[in-house]
Design a protein around this ligand. Structure first.
Ligand SMILES: [Zn+2]
Length: 443
């Protein structure tokens, strides 16, 4: 385990992702600049007596340009220091489509250290004697990744995260489900090391009281011979979830190659779902949709909102049994031409994007079809955040054919966009947008 994490760390230092960051922000005379997070060490203390969750995060980052360093965190900071000195932070809009924070201290290019303290209360429930907490996320609303709980960079950046968790004031034993290497330090106290390829949307974390949700564990032998630990937990049938998980893993490995993560965690929440790296919160019917996202979304990763349509289109195409579509069944969309600062996925991806992928499959059926390309794209782009433009280049290189006119019309909306028709579903039935209350109820 440690060896694998170490290797990922070496690879990641080559992948400094600043070239995928959006343009820096002009703030009158000053400039806020996107930075490259190197490591983040966070400690969260949940205190049942005060019913507070407090986090302290130490962020090592480097910036290529001088200016105010950008990060994001939705809750308010209680204390921020930069290179050892207290500083203040500001919130700013990005092109009217999203919001980020920056430290109001001009820095020169180089490596710096930011320490941020914050409380958070989202998706935490306090009960007598125990608590529950989760990093539930969504790609359909803005600022709904890790920034809801802990300071992070935007999705373009990969960094190594270390997390310590301690629950104080409880005699009950809690259980932690998370997609990193977990070391239990004592009862209700853990240390976690995550792969350095993770981005803001990668992390899965759920704490609950031990025994509250039945679980089943096994190992899955990957086609590359790794023994991959599989954990399923649900108040529904664990064996039904486990059986389906193992069969979907075998299918996905046949189609796209070895499972790209160190584990599989499935929380059968009865609703959902949401995908993370080798982990998901999901309904039974969405299980396959969420698990293929470990290849497309959390294996091949979108660098920003304009690339998010690809993974939803691919996952929905699998839901539709990889159907082929003629050009007549396509609709013109602008799934990839929103503001470069947009962080969410266009919901046209589920049906119109799916049909577009199905059309590429029909177009290239004489050249072994689009699934073969997806497998090769996954192998080449795994853990390297991409943009739609790079997806197009890869398709053209693979099939040796120009697809720019198709993308211009159906993905970039260069000739306009078709209005939604009555029979069209904007939402994948497996992947509904849940309200904040619904998400809280899944704790
Ligand atoms: Zn999805």
């Amino acid at each position: 385990m440690k060896l694998i994490t170490g290797m990922l760390f070496l690879i990641s230092s080559v992948y400094a992702n600043l070239h995928q960051a959006p343009p820096n922000l002009n703030l009158g005379r000053a400039k806020a600049v996107f930075v490259d997070f190197k490591t983040v060490k966070s400690k969260i203390v949940y205190d049942l007596n005060s019913r507070r969750a407090k986090a302290v995060s130490e962020i090592e980052f480097s910036q290529a340009d001088s200016g105010y360093p950008i990060y994001d965190l939705v809750p308010s900071e209680t204390k921020v220091s930069l290179n050892g000195k207290d500083v203040s932070v500001e919130t700013t809009s990005m092109d009217g489509v999203s919001t980020v924070k920056y430290v109001k201290q001009a820095l020169s290019a180089g490596t710096h250290k930011l320490v941020i303290e914050n409380d958070f209360n989202k998706n935490i429930s306090w009960s007598t004697g125990y608590m529950k907490s989760a990093f539930w996320m969504s790609d359909l609303s803005d600022r709904r990744y890790l920034e809801q709980y802990l300071p992070t960079n935007l999705e373009f950046d990969q960094y190594q995260k270390f997390l310590e968790i301690e629950i104080k004031g409880s005699d009950s034993e809690h259980v932690l489900y998370t997609n990193g290497d977990v070391e239990e330090l004592a009862k209700n106290s853990w240390k976690v090391e995550y792969p350095a390829v993770y981005t803001a949307s990668s992390f899965f974390m759920h704490i609950t009281k031990k025994g509250l949700i039945p679980e089943e564990k096994t190992t899955y032998r990957s086609i590359d011979n790794r023994e991959i630990p599989v954990t399923v937990y649900t108040t529904q049938s664990t064996s039904r979830f486990m059986k389906a998980t193992l069969s979907i893993l075998a299918e996905l490995e046949r189609d796209y190659g070895p499972w790209p993560h160190n584990q599989v965690i499935v929380y059968g929440a009865g609703m959902g779902g949401m995908e993370h790296c080798g982990a998901t919160i999901t309904s039974f019917s969405a299980l396959g949709h969420e698990l293929i996202h470990s290849y497309f979304a959390r294996g091949v990763m979108p660098a920003h909102g304009n690339a998010g349509w690809v993974d939803e289109a691919v996952a929905s195409w699998r839901d539709a049994n990889y159907m082929k579509y003629s050009q007549r069944s396509l609709y013109r969309t602008r799934m990839a031409s929103h503001s470069i600062y947009k962080r969410t996925t266009d919901r046209d991806a589920y049906s119109r994007g799916m049909k577009f992928i199905g059309h590429l499959d029909k177009k290239f059926e004489g050249k072994e079809g689009f699934k073969k390309f997806l497998r090769s794209f996954f192998e080449e782009r795994k853990f390297k955040p991409f943009k739609t433009e790079e997806f197009i280049v890869a398709i053209e290189k693979y099939f040796n054919e120009d697809v720019s006119a198709l993308f211009d019309k159906y993905v970039y909306g260069k000739n306009g966009v078709d209005k939604l028709e009555k029979h069209e579903k904007v939402e994948n039935p497996f992947h509904p947008k849940l309200s904040e209350q619904q998400l809280f109820d899944l704790l």
